[in-house]
Design a protein around this ligand. Structure first.
Ligand code: TXA
Ligand code: MG
Length: 354
C-alpha cells in the first residue's frame, strides 16, 4: 500500500486534506494524525474491521484497548453506558485536553475497539487538526499512538512514516506535537478515580476537581513487586527500550555531570561509544561522547517534548551506552520519569559515588 502524506498548517487547516482523510476513515481505512500529546493512528472506532486493521498495522496485541477520540462532550453519552458526575466535572475542566477517561462502554462500541473489555477509554484532544478531522468526518476515531508496538510514541510525522509507511492509508503532517508524551488516563468506573497512566494532567490537578484520586499501584511499584498487575493493559507490556543500554544518573547537577564525564571518558578509552542526554543547563559541561539536549529544566514541557525524539535519534546513531540526567518525579515530572524509567529498564546510577 502506498501511504499518502499530506502537510497541513495546524492554524489554518486545508479542509480538502481533512475531507480526504475523513473519506478514508469512513470507508474503514487508517489515517495517522497529530494530537497535542503524540501522533495517533486513527480508524473508525465503531467499525470492528477498522480496529482490527489498527492492531495489525502496529503489531499490537489485540487485548490492548484503543482510546476513542471525540470532538464534542455530548459524545460521552453515546459511547458510555453511564456518565458519572466526576466525568462531567473533569470534561468541563480539562477537555479538550490531554486527559483520557475510562467509563463503562455502551453497546455501540465494539469489543474489538476495547480489547474485549466492558469499559471504553475516551478523550477529546486539544489539537485543531484532530478536532477538524473528527468533526468533519463525523467519525469517532479509535487511535493508539502511531508507532510500531514497542517503539517510542511519535512526536513528528517523520516518526510515523519511519514506523508505518506502506502499512496505513494516510499520514496528516501537522508539525511537531506540543506535549510529547501520552495523555493521563483516569479510570472512573470505581468509587475513587484511579490514574492508570500519568501524564500532563496530574493527580493534584484532578483532585482539585473531584476530590480524592488514587494512582494505580502497578505504576509506582511494578519495578519492585511483579505481582501488581496494571489496570491499563498497555502498561504491562515490555516498554520501549533503546538499542543502546540506557542508564539514569541521579544526584546534584554537579555530581551528575562529573560522573557522566568520567564514565564517558572511561568508556571511550575502551572503544565503547557513549551518548549523553543533557539539558540546556548542562550541555556545554560535557567533554566527550555524543551529546544531545532534551530540553530546558526551566520548562517541563520542553523536556517531555524532547524525550521520545532524542531516544529515536540515539537509535539512529551507533552508540552502545546512553547516560541520561534524571528529572524531578513530582507532578508532571512523575509522567516524564515514568517513561524514562521504563526505557532504562529501571537502571539507575547514583551520581554521588565519585
Ligand atoms: O495521548 C494519548 O493518549 C495518545 C493520543 C494518540 O491520543 N494515545 C495513546 O494511545 O497513547 P495508546 O493506545 O498508545 O495507549 C492507550 C492506553 C493503553 O495503555 C491501554 O491499555 C489503555 O490506554 N486503555 C485503553 N482503553 C482502556 C480501558 N478500557 N481500560 C483500561 N485501560 C485502557
Ligand atoms: Mg502507545
Amino acid at each position: 500500500m502506498k501511504t499518502i502524506i499530506d502537510k497541513v498548517n495546524k492554524d489554518d487547516c486545508d479542509v480538502n486534506i481533512i475531507d480526504k482523510a475523513g473519506k478514508i476513515l469512513k470507508s474503514g481505512g487508517l489515517v495517522a494524525f497529530p494530537t497535542e500529546t503524540v501522533y495517533g493512528l486513527g480508524g473508525d472506532a465503531l467499525n470492528k474491521e477498522a480496529s482490527g486493521k489498527i492492531y495489525a498495522a502496529k503489531g499490537r496485541p489485540s487485548d490492548n484497548p484503543l482510546i476513542v477520540h471525540i470532538a464534542d462532550k455530548e459524545a460521552l453519552y453515546e459511547l458510555a453506558s453511564y456518565v458519572p458526575e466526576s466525568a462531567i466535572k473533569l470534561a468541563d475542566k480539562f477537555w479538550p485536553g490531554p486527559l483520557t477517561m475510562v467509563l463503562n462502554k455502551s453497546a455501540v462500541v465494539p469489543k474489538e475497539t476495547t480489547g474485549g473489555l466492558d469499559t471504553v477509554a475516551i478523550r477529546f484532544p486539544n489539537h485543531p487538526v484532530a478536532i477538524e478531522l473528527i468533526k468533519r468526518s463525523k467519525v469517532y476515531i479509535a487511535a493508539p499512538s502511531a508507532n510500531t508496538s514497542g517503539r517510542p510514541s511519535p512526536t513528528l510525522a517523520k516518526h510515523v512514516e519511519d514506523d508505518l509507511s506502506g502499512r496505513i492509508d494516510m499520514i496528516i503532517d501537522g508539525g511537531e506535537v506540543g506535549i510529547g508524551i501520552e495523555s493521563t488516563i483516569v479510570d472512573l468506573t470505581s468509587e475513587v478515580p484511579v490514574i492508570l497512566r500519568p501524564g500532563y494532567i496530574t493527580k493534584k490537578m484532578l483532585e482539585e476537581v473531584v476530590g480524592k484520586v488514587e494512582i494505580d499501584k502497578a505504576i509506582l511499584e511494578c519495578n519492585k513487586d511483579k505481582n501488581y498487575k496494571p489496570k491499563a493493559p498497555g502498561m504491562k507490556y515490555k516498554h520501549y527500550a533503546p538499542k543502546a543500554e540506557l542508564y539514569i544518573v541521579e544526584g546534584s547537577q554537579e555530581e551528575v555531570v562529573k560522573t557522566i564525564n568520567k564514565m564517558t571518558l572511561e568508556n571511550e578509552s575502551k572503544g565503547i561509544k557513549t551518548g549523553i542526554i543533557s539539558t540546556s543547563q548542562t550541555k556545554d559541561s560535557y567533554v566527550s561522547g555524543i551529546i544531545k539536549c532534551i530540553g530546558s529544566r526551566d520548562d517541563d514541557v520542553s523536556i517531555s517534548q524532547g524525550l521520545y525524539k532524542v531516544l529515536r535519534e540515539f537509535d539512529e546513531c551507533d552508540v552502545d551506552i546512553i547516560y541520561t540526567e534524571s528529572f524531578m518525579d513530582d507532578d508532571f515530572g512523575q509522567a516524564i520519569m515514568n517513561r524514562l524509567l521504563k526505557a532504562a529498564g529501571y537502571k539507575i546510577i547514583n551520581g554521588g559515588i565519585l
